[in-house]
Design a protein around this ligand. Sequence first.
Ligand code: AVJ
Length: 339
Amino acid sequence: MTDIIQKNLDYKKYVVDSNLQYFKPHATQIEKTFAEEISSSLNRNSKFISPKFFYDKNGSELFEKICSTSEYYPTRTEISILKQLKNELPPFLDDDFRLVELGSGSSVKTRLLLDILTSQKNIEYLPIDISEILAESSEQLLRDYDNLTITGIIDTYEGGLEFLKTYDKKKNLIIFLGSSYGNFSPIDGYKFLEKVYSAMKPGDLFLIGLDLVKEKEILESAYDDSQKVTAKFNLNVLSRINDELDADFDLNNFLHHAIYNEKDQRIEMYLKSIHDQSVIISKSNLELKLKKDELIHTEYSHKYRLSEIHDLLDDAGFELKHTWLDEKKHFSLSLVTKI
Ligand code: AVJ
């Protein structure tokens, strides 16, 4: 234990009880504030609001709702593949593994993986997530698994991966689910994979869930569901800016717009201004002028072909162990290792 503290001097350790502890960086990184980021990403010709800002409390709840719409297939499909892993992952687990999750995820998926590890005497779960909601979900898990220890890292993925590098000798099974990777541009995605790779010890495993290229109609309706939950989710970022940055966006003046760009293999989400308008964002010191039909870009969600996934992982240095798919080949889970 003292070992851990000495190696990770940048983190403060909070012990809740014998099964639950957190590490939090001492100094919060020199990150731009919400107000500054919005100011620079909206104060230009092609306007952008980063998808990382979707997830305030309301946005996170809306995302959960998206996952249960009939059109949004990724969550349900990934869960069906994870169920398949119950029998098919154990042959790859040649030792005791700690479960490391990038993002504290949906508890359903985490539980399916913890269930696979239950043959171990003690199960260890190490979620890495910037948001402190980590605490709530952890307590629920501890109620349901009695041989479970949770070590939460409250930090960015990058920070958490650095932390992991020097943590200990136990093998890690790192999971990154839900096609969250799809938000990265190809360049940033590649850099991210390199960080995962360098955080791994030989023999560690990495399981990544990626959404696959498919018919345009299926993709576009997954991002524009008939109950309009995705539209609300997209528009919610404007309410968040209103509340947190003292802005006066009128949500009735915007439309949710989602299209599949076949060439770049990605869903593109925008907020479309339905007429000429001007919006004040006080805390960003900005008067935003928008033309009729002008778009604010809010998200890319990349889709992949199997061969691309394999090349991507291979280029980052990983060795592929197995790829699982659902029957319709809508979604993939790839397991790789570092030699
Ligand atoms: C959480 C990034 C995986 O891209 O499918 C869902 C987010 N946006 N519907 C995705 C999202 C609109 C989701 N990820």
